[in-house]
Write a protein that binds this ligand. Structure first.
Ligand code: G3H
Ligand code: ZN
Length: 282
């Protein structure tokens, strides 16, 4: 069934467990995530990023309807989340397209502007009944240096700043920089577990780990034990999917029916989803 992100995250936080959020680009992603969740007997969040919406010609409705239909038809509790939103128009569209939550990404802005833009987004989302996550990046610029990528290795979220940010913006969850990095194709990241525990105590809302594809199972388990709640996974699904497509087409270059290679690719992705869910719920 289609459930809300807020209820899944709150239940996970109350039980000191993690809840995984997987990125959806195509219909096959949504189907694979539902299959993996059913296999693992766990709930999950289907998230569509602003970049994925751009891939669909800037149109949110079709992929949102597909993901939401997959969620409704599934025996696993699945929620629909709009990820890494920068566009105000897209933020406005979310509630009408069946999303229960969004991640508003002002992390590239200097701290004060991030707070202002995010507080405004929180007001607009809460008016529409949407749960909202935001990200506090470690933004440079104070000494004339350029803004830093919040996920770059060596960049971290400060607990005192995170506490002030949550109080000043009213966000429902906070994405933090604790050592993970987006788009890693190998699981070699190591997280700052002391910082996760410090953030967990400083911040009253659930914490979110982005870039979890590059984080080894044991590091994810420790992060959840230290208080990380929402675990975002994207790239690992594409690694499994594309690897299966490549293997199939290499073995049979004459294939033209996409179902021939999409079926094993979707199946490989479902296996990856189930693997992350078992790790996170363990
Ligand atoms: O918001 C999405 C996640 O941060 C995905 O990151 O593709 O590196 O797993 P990833
Ligand atoms: Zn992310």
């Amino acid at each position: 069934p289609l459930v809300s992100t807020g209820e899944l995250v709150s239940a996970a936080a109350a039980e000191s467990r993690g809840i995984a959020a997987f990125n959806v680009i195509t219909l096959e992603h949504a189907e694979a995530i539902a299959a993996g969740a059913e296999r693992a007997g766990a709930p999950a969040i289907l998230q569509i990023s602003e970049n994925a919406v751009k891939f669909h010609g800037g149109k949110l409705a079709a992929i949102a309807a597909a993901a939401s239909a997959v969620a409704r038809a599934s025996t696993a509790p699945l929620a629909l989340h709009l990820d890494h939103v920068v566009s105000a128009d897209l933020l406005r569209a979310a509630a009408d397209e069946g999303f229960s939550s969004v991640m508003f990404d002002a992390s590239k802005l200097p701290y004060d502007e991030n707070v202002k833009a995010t507080a405004d987004a929180v007001r607009r989302c809460h008016e529409r009944g949407l749960w909202i996550e935001a990200e506090l990046g470690k933004v440079g610029g104070k000494d004339g240096e350029p803004p830093l990528d919040a996920h770059a290795p060596g960049v971290r979220t400060a607990p005192s700043e995170a506490a002030a940010y949550v109080a000043d913006t009213g966000v429902d969850a906070l994405a933090v920089a604790v050592g993970s990095s987006h788009a890693m194709t190998r699981r070699t990241a190591s997280l700052d577990h002391t910082l996760i525990a410090d953030l967990r105590h400083a911040v009253p809302v659930p914490l979110v780990l982005h870039g979890s594809s590059g984080v080894p199972d044991e590091e994810i388990r420790r992060a959840v034990a230290a208080g990380m709640v929402k675990i975002n996974v994207g790239t690992a699904l594409n690694t499994a999917f594309t690897g299966a497509v490549r293997a199939f087409l290499e073995a049979d270059p004459s294939t033209v029916d996409p179902r021939k290679y999409l079926a094993p690719a979707r199946e490989a992705m479902a296996g990856t989803v189930a693997g992350f869910l078992r790790t996170i719920r363990a």
